[in-house]
Design a protein around this ligand. Sequence first.
Ligand code: UDP
Length: 237
Amino acid sequence: MTPPRFKRILLKLSGEVLMGEGGLAIDPAVTARVAQEIADVKAQGYELCIVVGGGNIFRGLAAATKGFERATADYMGMLATVMNALAVQNALEQIGVDTRVQSAIPMAAVCEPFIRRRAERHLEKGRVVIFAAGVGSPYFTTDSGAALRAAEMKCDALFKGTSVDGVYDADPKKVATAKRYDSVTYDEVLAKNLKVMDASAIALCRDNDIPIVVFNIREHGNFADVLAGRGISTIVQ
Ligand code: UDP
């Protein structure tokens, strides 16, 4: 049997994957389902780091267009990611997965601060490490946080778990003929401005040779299938 291509994975969870039908920002049932997908992969022996987004609660850029000061709005967005991180931690621990949350903005009463070597130790002990607050600075996104942590933690790949099944040449919700890529290069993503992650995150992954796998995490079994080379996804490499 060929060994799996990736052993240590950074999973980027967009905030929207925790949302429910009724507009609930963090839906406990939906979050529990996502946690189960993560637990199934963890049980197969993968080492997992998670970076959570906050777009289900607050997006700095969107708020800035409505009159918020940008940096303040971004800090609010980062705080939103901490709430999501705690929700994911809670859901994972309820099904027996040991986790630690580390925030790029220190919040001693709530979670650990980000300390790379400590995160490494958590992984060695078999824990899932959930990174919150992106890179800890405004004007960035959690995609950049995911690329940065993937590089720092020496992850073999960045898996972007969303509610679409890959990268398309046009918006599949608007263009019926939109085609999904199986594989696409970093430079093509940047040149065509394909909606994968923001440009700085793509460039960071490219410069550090970290493949990006975009897949639908809300589809049961898909995360494990994609890791096994079966599921539907797009790989950027
Ligand atoms: N954010 C930030 N710096 C970071 C990460 C996030 O300022 O390093 C803010 C930014 O306002 C962003 C919000 O936090 O809009 C929520 O994160 P993001 O939009 O990346 O979440 P996602 O789209 O993945 O749910």
